[in-house]
Structures are given as C-alpha cells and as structure tokens.
Design a protein around this ligand. Structure first.
Ligand SMILES: [Zn+2]
Length: 417
C-alpha cells in the first residue's frame, strides 16, 4: 500500500467535519496537487469524546462517497500501542505505532554491543549525501543511541508483527512516532533509529520524530526557525540515505505531529521538500474542533451561548485540562480573559480572539490553546453540543474548509498553490 507523496492528517474530535475537510483537499488537488487525505484519531481522543474507531471509518467513507472523491484515502489509528491496537484492526488501514514511552528503557549490554557491531562500517566520518559536513560517528555515540532507542524500536517491531498477522503484510501503512517526548531526536539519532527499524523488519512509511522547538497545540511554532530548517533538511537527507542503505520503503517520509497552525515553518518545509523532491505527511486534526467553536460563536444566539459556556468550563478546569498536554501547551493564565469579560463579547469578538490570524488585534493564543485542549468539555455536553453542530453545519463547514485550505494547504504547499 502506498500513501502517496503528499498526505494530510485531518480527522476531528466529533467526526462531523469529514466532508468539509475533504472538500478543502479536493480543492487543492484540482489545482494540480495530489494530496492523500488521512482521517486520524488517537486513542486518547476516542476516550475523551466517547467515539469508537468505527466512527472515524464511517466519517471518512461517508465524506468520500458524498463528494465523489476518487483518490486513495486512509483511516489512521493514531498513537496506538500494544495495549490499544486491537480495536483498530478492523477499521484502520494506517497505524501510528507510538513508542515514545519506551525511549530510554534499559536494554541488555549484549543487545547494545551487537547493534554497535552491526554499525561498525559507519564509525568515523560519515558523509550523508547533501549534508555539508561529515558526521563524526564514534563507538560511544552508537552505544548511547542504542541504549536510548533499542527498546523503542523493538516495541515497534512487536506491534508491527501483530498487525502483519492480523491484517496481512502490505495491507496497511506503518508510521512510527516518537514525538511525544521532551527532547528532540537529532538527525544522527534518526539515522540509527531507522537502521534499528530496518533490522527488526518494520517497513516504516512515515516517521514522526520530535523536532526542535515547541509544537504547541493549535498555535504557531515557537523556536529557532533556522535551527528547525537545518534539522528538517538533514532529517530528509538522512531518510533518503537510510532508504537506500538499509532497504526501507522508498516512499518513507517525515510525519509532522501537532502540525496544524505551524504557519511560520510551513514555507520552510514547503521549500525544502520541493528542493529535494520529497514527500511529507502533516497531522492537523486538532485545528478543526476550534473551527467548530468559531462557527458556533459566529452563528450567534444558541451558538454563541454554548461557545461562551465552553470557555467558562475550560477556564474553571484549566489545570486539569492542560495536564495531559503539558509538553504541547504554553498558556499564560494572566493573559486569559475572565469568564465575565467573555460573557459580554459579541460573536465577532469571540471569533476573532479564537481564530488563528496571528496579526489580528483580537487574536489571543492563550485563549486559543485553552479551548484547543478543552474538547472534552464539549464532549461532556453530549447532544447539546453536537445538535448545534448539526444545526449550524453549513456555516461551520465553511469555516473548517477555509481553515484547511486557506491557512493550511495554501501555506504548506505554497510552492504549488
Ligand atoms: Zn502525535
């Protein structure tokens, strides 16, 4: 199974925006691109919202049918592990094997030494084509990398083996993710992680490392843009080398998690993938739920009322809601408007504060991040929330589509669109 050169992870918390998302992708594809839609939803999201993997499959199939989309598409079991994978087997054909929690787990000395031995020919000055300076590979560096990543790669191979047995080889896309950790993986670490995956027979087609800088939820990238560009380009060159050297699938590409709204790095990635003629997968699912809240606010009346209620509950439960996202939110509570203040806002004021237009005078990234992590607040409202999504479906759908097309695809594929 091939994912295609360019692919976008969409998907959404309440599984109602599939058509609007697909319509944005089809708009880009009409202009000559060929972006594969992937509906992804993590186990955590399913748990918070109370949906099942089957709902995501239904959302995707229905959108494809309704819009007569004829290309390939996938349903991604996002961030699954050995404990959670089984319930996704039937409905998913893309699996993101999350092995981040196994990074740094201790392995035996023999395993480390045998890995180092297998890398003997790389010790010294390793020249990766395209990277300006050779990388100095020492035995000590290899030992460190093995110590850090061998158990994680073993875990990936166990999940992969399970899926291969359940679904059959070649019937699903394999992604390996290591992004939900504190410290980024360097390009040289990525190189030997890929060797481990190849050694253990994991045919990864996408890999999600943790990059330098902060990928906060729903807001722009925060970090050193030059450093990011350097690392991103080196990762791409390392992947190219690893594919040839270790015999990994030739369509292996980077996957950017928490990839929505990272406007300042989109042109950088766009330029680098064009320069090297490489593909990319970007996961943007989280941004869509914010468009639902914006749409409700703009709808006014019952919509604006519930948008304000969502903020009120998010504000009260801030610490609890942010806790699971500690590495990916950066909220200054002093910059959050009070509930009282927000209750006095107009539709426009609410929408402009939340909508991701960075230079709009009302835009508040603190407000936006808080609502981003608060989808469980809406989930707990049950039908009260989803009924309004259905009532205002046209307006919300137009915002979802505009957000994906204008603010995401157009910037991500700025070279082509
Ligand atoms: Zn992720």
């Amino acid at each position: 199974m091939k994912l295609g050169k360019y692919s976008i992870g969409v998907g959404d918390r309440f599984t109602l925006q599939g058509k609007a998302q697909l319509s944005a992708i089809m708009k880009a594809n009409k202009k000559g691109l060929n972006i594969t839609p992937v509906w992804n939803k993590s186990n955590r999201e399913h748990n918070y919202v109370g949906t099942s993997p089957d709902d995501t499959r239904k959302e995707a199939d229905e959108a494809v049918k309704a819009l007569n989309y004829e290309g390939i598409y996938f349903v991604d079991a996002d961030h699954i592990n050995m404990d959670t994978v089984s319930k996704y087997v039937e409905t998913s054909d893309f699996f993101t094997l999350d092995v981040a929690s196994f990074i740094g787990k201790e392995t035996s000395k023999e395993h480390v030494e045998s890995f180092v031995e297998s890398c003997k020919k790389y010790i010294g000055q390793l020249q990766i084509p395209g990277i300006e300076y050779p990388i100095n590979i020492t035995k000590k560096l290899l030992q460190e990398i093995a110590g850090k990543f061998l158990v994680a790669s073993q875990q990936a191979s166990e999940i992969y083996a399970y899926l291969k047995k359940e679904k059959g080889e070649g019937y699903f896309i394999t992604e390996v993710s290591m992004d939900e950790v504190e410290s980024p993986q360097t390009p040289v670490e990525l190189l030997f992680i890929l060797k481990m995956l190849a050694d253990k027979g994991v045919p990864a087609q996408t890999i999600a490392p943790k990059f330098t800088g902060r990928f906060n939820k729903g807001v722009d990238y925060s970090g050193d843009l030059e450093q990011f560009a350097k690392e991103f380009e080196e990762d791409i060159l390392v992947i190219d080398f690893a594919v040839k050297e270790f015999g990994l699938p030739d369509d292996l590409k980077l996957s950017i998690h928490s990839g929505s709204d990272k406007f300042s790095i989109y042109p950088i990635m766009s330029e680098i993938i064009a320069k090297h003629d490489k593909g990319l997968h970007v996961k943007t699912a989280g941004t869509t739920w914010l468009e639902e809240v914006i749409g409700l606010a703009v709808a006014g009346g019952d919509g604006l009322t519930i948008a304000k209620k969502i903020y009120k509950n998010s504000y009260i439960r801030r610490e609890e809601l942010c806790a699971p996202y500690a590495d990916v939110v950066d909220i200054d509570p002093a910059d959050l408007p009070s509930v009282e203040e927000v209750n006095g806002w107009s539709s426009d004021k609410f929408a402009n504060t939340l909508r991701h237009i960075p230079d709009h005078p009302d835009y508040n990234p603190n407000f936006r991040q808080l609502i981003h992590v608060a989808y469980s607040v809406a989930a707990q409202m049950g039908d009260e929330y989803t009924d309004l999504l259905i009532k205002h479906a046209d307006l919300i759908g137009s915002f979802v589509e505009e957000n994906i097309y204008e603010r995401h695809l157009k910037k991500l594929f700025s070279i082509w669109l």
